[in-house]
Design a protein around this ligand. Structure first.
Ligand SMILES: Cc1cc2nc3c(=O)[nH]c(=O)nc-3n(C[C@H](O)[C@H](O)[C@H](O)COP(=O)(O)O)c2cc1C
Length: 187
């Protein structure tokens, strides 16, 4: 049987972002977990403009090549993980724009979050993302919260990952279990 596809999405787009090394760390853990075919999407490379489709994404009648490309990337996924920073006590705008740009491609997929920030570890970003995810019919199943105070990024590498590796493995287990149930809804 083919393995489910887990799409890891890097939400932050700014030059020098720590989101990329954090996402690469999670990707490594997901590959080592061995139960997913892991795909990677970096919103800085996807480079969606601010939502510019004339039709509601529910209709899936996309006019622009950039939306069609994004649609194809998300459509091939069975489960999703957003790697998301906390900006001003919320999640970042590029992540919302990427979610708003599509609809059916998200439906009935398990979603997890790897958040990061200061003392909050990005938890406020995740709490705000959960109802957005539910609105496009994703099912939030877990999260990993990284405090950059305790788990810093040095020379592009996430450090001190022992504590959060446990949470990452738990999240992968939940994504797998929920995917088994949700794939019937997507069939
Ligand atoms: C615009 C902006 C707002 C921020 N607001 C918060 C915040 O509310 N809470 C927090 O814990 N960290 C905040 N930070 C610090 C970020 O967590 C930290 O800079 C992190 O590296 C940002 O992710 P990135 O490097 O992937 O862009 C903020 C950073 C930026 C750039």
């Amino acid at each position: 049987m083919t393995m489910p596809v887990l799409l890891v999405i890097v939400g932050s787009t700014r030059p020098g972002r720590v989101g990329l090394p954090i996402a690469r760390w999670f990707e490594e853990v997901a590959v080592a977990h061995g139960e997913f075919d892991v795909a990677f999407a970096d919103l800085a490379e996807v480079a969606l403009p601010l939502f510019d489709e004339p039709n509601h994404p529910m209709l899936a009648q996309y006019e622009h090549a950039h939306t069609k490309r994004w649609s194809a990337i998300v459509a091939q996924a069975d489960a999703i993980v957003f790697v998301v920073p906390e900006y001003n006590h919320g999640y970042n705008a590029a992540t919302k724009n990427a979610i708003d740009s599509l609809y059916r491609e998200w439906n009935h997929k398990a979603v997890g979050f790897v958040s990061y920030g200061g003392a909050s570890s990005g938890m406020r970003a995740v709490e705000q993302l959960k109802p957005i995810a539910a609105c496009v019919k994703m099912v939030p199943v877990g999260e990993v919260n990284v405090s950059l105070f305790n788990v810093p990024v040095v020379d592009g590498q996430l450090q001190n990952t022992d504590g959060i590796a446990f949470a990452a493995k738990a999240l992968l287990g939940e994504l797998l279990r929920w995917n088994m149930q949700l794939r019937a809804l997507r069939a």
